[in-house]
Write a protein of this length. Structure first.
Length: 147
C-alpha cells in the first residue's frame, strides 16, 4: 500500500462498516479510524494488501502479528473486505493467500481469522474460502451491545 492509497482505502472501510452489523452498537469515527489505520500501516503494525482493478481499490485485507503470549507470533485477521461485485472471484482468495504467505514469511506459527461481519452471505462465502485454505473452526465470536 502506498500513502496515496489511504483516502480511497478509507472510502472502502466506510462501505465495509456500512454493510456490516458493527453499526448496530458502534458509531463510526472517521477521523479516529483514518488516524489509526494510517499509523498502523506506517509503522508496519497492521499491513494492508489492496486489490486494485482498473485503478480502483475493490478489496483489502489487514492483519497484525500478535506476539504477546507465544515464542513465535500469531497472525490475526483484523479486516477483510471485497466489494460485492467482486466477491466469489479470485480476488478474495488472492488477498487471503497473500496475507497467509506474508505472515508465515514474518515468522507466524498460525493465523487466526475471525469471521464477525454479520453479512450472512459474505460470511458464508468467506468461511468456505478459509476452509479451502486449510483453516478449521476454532472457537466462536459472540457479542452484546452495552448501550
Amino acid at each position: 500500500m502506498l500513502p496515496d492509497d489511504l483516502k480511497p482505502l478509507m472510502a472502502l472501510y466506510r462501505r465495509f462498516y456500512a454493510e456490516a452489523v458493527y453499526k448496530d452498537y458502534i458509531q463510526w469515527d472517521d477521523e479516529r479510524a483514518t488516524t489509526t489505520i494510517e499509523l498502523r500501516i506506517k509503522h508496519h503494525i497492521r499491513p494492508h494488501v489492496l486489490a486494485i482493478v482498473d485503478g480502483k481499490i475493490v478489496g483489502f485485507i489487514a492483519w497484525e502479528l500478535d506476539h504477546s503470549f507465544s515464542v513465535k507470533p500469531v497472525g490475526v485477521l483484523f479486516e477483510f473486505y471485497v466489494e460485492p461485485g467482486y466477491r466469489k472471484s479470485a480476488i478474495g482468495r488472492f488477498l487471503m493467500k497473500t496475507a497467509l504467505w506474508v505472515a508465515k514469511d514474518e515468522g507466524a506459527c498460525a493465523f487466526h481469522a475471525p469471521v464477525a461481519s454479520g453479512m450472512k452471505e459474505a460470511a458464508t462465502t468467506m468461511r468456505n474460502m478459509l476452509v479451502k485454505e486449510g483453516m478449521e473452526e476454532f472457537g466462536y465470536i459472540l457479542r452484546k451491545g452495552l448501550m
